[in-house]
Design a protein around this ligand. Structure first.
Ligand SMILES: NC(=O)c1ccc[n+]([C@@H]2O[C@H](COP(=O)([O-])OP(=O)(O)OC[C@H]3O[C@@H](n4cnc5c(N)ncnc54)[C@H](O)[C@@H]3O)[C@@H](O)[C@H]2O)c1
Length: 204
């Protein structure tokens, strides 16, 4: 690996930025370079907070910036496909938040764009590494609990978080709108976490 640090631009400076950006703080091979949000004030504030050199309102300007090596896409789901394809075409590597797309055809198009342009494309899914899930997978794979026929998840959800993490109401709003979730808000948002680890570890 060369000593040059890869420059990362964040597209979408909402709620999850405060956790996602932490992964690049003091990273040996990458640095936070740019912040972008269609709400100008958010981009500017995030740039100051995370020490980004530049900020943008329009993601097309991020993609025109030759300094940017990687984009972290943290927008609502329905914008994932157009931004990812445009980023690949601009030669940027892409890290995309879950769920990658609302339709399989969109995901296929993103994969094709990455392959065609020779860039890396990963979908960011943290719950595969969440210890209770990892432990449950180990129990299943190790045969400790026998054959699995049914998985019963219970999830608790509320607009007021249990922690002190402030989640703006607007962050919840688009999550319950049909057009932003392909009719299935739970499955397409938190539900993705529930199915992702299971789907990748168990070949049922
Ligand atoms: N991995 C996890 O555990 C986890 C947790 C929360 C959110 N997420 C994912 O992160 C994504 C964002 O979620 P959030 O909770 O941060 O939402 P949010 O609504 O708080 O933030 C989204 C931001 O994107 C901006 N935006 C929208 N369209 C844009 C565009 N075209 N160009 C630039 N900026 C744009 C909005 O102005 C907003 O600031 C979602 O896909 C969600 O599934 C993942």
């Amino acid at each position: 690996m060369s000593s040059k640090k890869l420059k990362v631009a964040f597209i979408g400076c909402g709620r999850i930025l405060s956790l996602n950006a932490l992964g690049y703080v003091d990273h040996p091979h990458a640095e936070i370079y740019a912040m972008c949000d269609k709400k100008r004030g958010r981009a500017k504030k995030a740039a100051a907070e995370w020490g980004a050199k530049v900020w943008y309102k329009d993601y097309h300007d991020v993609l025109k910036d030759d300094n940017v090596d990687i984009v972290e896409i943290l927008t609502p789901h329905k914008f994932h496909t157009p931004i990812t394809i445009a980023a690949c075409e601009a030669g940027k590597h892409v890290s995309l938040q879950k769920p990658p797309a609302l339709r399989l055809s969109e995901l296929d198009a993103m994969i094709r764009a990455a392959q065609k342009n020779g860039v890396k494309f990963k979908v960011f899914e943290n719950f595969r590494f969440h210890l209770p899930y990892v432990h449950a997978m180990d129990l299943i794979k190790g045969g400790v609990i026998g054959d699995v026929y049914v998985v019963n998840y219970r999830m608790w959800s509320s607009i007021s978080p249990l922690s002190s993490w402030k989640v703006p109401l607007m962050t919840w709003k688009w999550r319950i709108e049909e057009e932003n979730n392909y009719k299935m808000p739970t499955i397409f948002d938190d539900g993705y976490h529930k199915h992702s680890g299971y789907a990748c570890n168990c070949h049922l």
